[in-house]
Write a protein that binds this ligand. Sequence first.
Ligand SMILES: Cc1ncc(COP(=O)(O)O)c(C=O)c1O
Length: 387
Amino acid sequence: MLSSMGFKTKQVHAGVTPDPITGAILTPIHQSTTFVQESVDEYMGRGYSYARAGNPTVKAFEDKIAALEGGTAATAYGSGMAATVAVFLALLEAGDHMVIADVVYGGTYRFADQFMSKLGVDVDFVDAADVDGIAGLLRPETKLVFTESPANPTLKVTDLAAVSELCRDRGILHITDNTFLTPYYQRPFELGADVIIHSTTKFLDGHNATLGGAVVVNDDELQQKVEFARISAGLVMSPMIAWLTLQGTKTLSVRMDAQSENAMKVAEWLTDHAKVDYVNYPGLPGHPQHEISTKQASGYGAMVCFEVHGGVEAGKKLMNAVELWSLAENLGSVESLITHPVTMTHAAIPRDERLAAGITDGLVRLSVGLEDAEDLIDDLDEALNRL
Ligand SMILES: Cc1ncc(COP(=O)(O)O)c(C=O)c1O
C-alpha cells in the first residue's frame, strides 16, 4: 500500500512500524552486537546474527531510503565515504577502468585519485557536464561512470538521463551521488542510474548530529555485491546513528523546501553584490545547466557558491568575518554553514586541476539553513563589506 503513496507519506512511514512488543511508535534502538541463534544453522526472528552483517534499526533506515529513492534495497554505512568505497570495492577489480566527474566531493576525488591505482584500476576524470567528453573516454574495460549532480562545491550539473543512456548502451554502470538534492528533489533511478550513493551526514540527517552513508540499488545482484563488500570491509552504520538518521529523514521535505527557498533568496541577492565576481546556483537562469536542472529535478537545493573578489586571501578573510554563518566543513543541516573549499574541503586537489574544474581561489560554498533569510543576508553583507 505504502509503495503507491506520496513521497511525504513514505518519508514518515516507510521502513518503520510500531514495535510489536511495546507499541513504541519510534523504532527501538537495537544496541546489540550479536543476536542469539536457535541452533548452529538457525537464527531467531528475522535472521540477524552479528551487527557488521545487519541490525534491525539500521535495516529500518535502509528500508526507508530504498523506498524514498524508488530502489529495491539499500545498505547503510559509517560515512558517505564508506558508502562510496563499498561501491568501488564491490564493482571494480584490477584491470578495470572507471570515469569519474572532475568535480566531486574532495574525499571522493582523493580516494579515486590516490587509492584506485593501488587496486589496479585506471581512472579518468572528466567534465561531467560534457556528455560527449564522457563518451570519448569509454572503452571495453570501463566498468563504471561516477557522477555527482549538483557537484560539490561548484554546483556543476550533469545530465543524468543522458549519462545513464550512454552507459546502458555499453553495459557500463552509472553510479551517482545524490547527496545534494536527496530523493525529495531528484530520483536518479527514474533517470536511468544504476546505483545511488548518499552521505546521510548531510540533508537526510539534517541536524549536524551524525556521520553516515547509504547505497541504494534496484537490482538483487548489485545488492549482493555491495552487501558483500560492506560486511567484508566492515563499513557498516551503527544502530544509534541509524536511529538518529531515521528521525531526521522524516522531516526531509519540509527542511529541503524551506532551506532551498532561503538559498534562492541568498543567491539572488549575491548576484548584485559588488564584492562578488559570480554566483553559481542551479536555480538562477544564468547557471550554465539551469535548464537540465529544471528538467531532471523538482527543486534546486540549499547549496550556493560564489566567487568573492580577491582570491584566496579574500576567501579566508570572509570566513573570519561572518558571525551568524558558522565556518564549518559540513552541509545540509538546519544551521547555515560557510566553507572556503580551496583551503578546506577540496584542499587535496592540486591547484591546476582544481582551477581547470572551476574550483577557483575565492570560491565560497554556502549551505543555507533554516534561519530567516534576511538575517543570513545581513550577516553576509556586513562581512563582505568589511573585506
Ligand atoms: C556530495 C558528497 N558525497 C560524499 C561525501 C562524503 O560523506 P561523509 O563526510 O559522510 O563521509 C560528502 C561530504 O561532504 C559530500 O558532500
